[in-house]
Design a binder for this molecule. Structure first.
Ligand SMILES: [Mg+2]
Ligand SMILES: [Zn+2]
Length: 169
């Protein structure tokens, strides 16, 4: 079993404001929600790995490409790095249920399971932060504790239970 603690984080509506467009696939439309960088820094400093899990079904629908997603994720990392945050990894599902079924689109848990394996994560000491029903359902199915934040809103003190939960040997 893994020994690392992680916080899994949804992207659209949780990290970035999704008001600008239905699908966010340009850097111009990618705006960090106020305070999210500082919140992630606190989680990082507490020893958590930070792993983004996001549904990007617009790829399957032909709205944008893997290359667009890569560009936006590079930009997201740069913005967060300027606040001292190093994301451990970013996983996305490119599928859409209108086109094909898959196990990775949340509430599916395949991406979470891959991350748990890859980074030797102890799910019992880990959390999921998201803004939607599918995030909460994915967290539940994966056996992670979860925190729901308000869509497009700062997290306030929502992460306090995670900070209080840090494993101390
Ligand atoms: Mg979301
Ligand atoms: Zn998928």
């Amino acid at each position: 079993m893994g020994h690392n603690q992680a916080v899994f984080i949804d992207r659209d509506g949780t990290i970035n404001d999704k008001t600008p467009a239905y699908y966010i696939y340009t850097t111009a439309n990618f705006k960090l929600i106020e305070g999210v960088g500082a919140n992630l820094k606190k989680l990082q400093d507490a020893g958590y790995l930070l792993i983004v899990i996001t549904n990007q079904g617009g790829i399957d629908k032909g709205e944008y490409t893997h290359k667009d997603v890569a560009r936006v994720h590079r930009y997201m990392r740069e913005l967060l790095e300027s606040e001292g945050v190093q994301l451990t990894d970013v996983f996305y599902c490119p599928h859409h249920s209108d086109v094909q079924e898959c196990e990775c689109r949340k509430p599916g848990t395949l991406l979470i399971e891959e991350a748990i394996e890859m980074y030797e994560i102890d799910r019992e000491c880990s959390w999921f932060i998201g803004d939607s029903d599918v995030d909460m359902e994915a967290a539940k199915r994966a056996g992670l504790r979860k925190i729901r934040v308000e869509t497009n809103k700062p997290w306030g003190d929502a992460i306090q239970p995670i900070l209080d939960d840090v494993y101390k040997p």
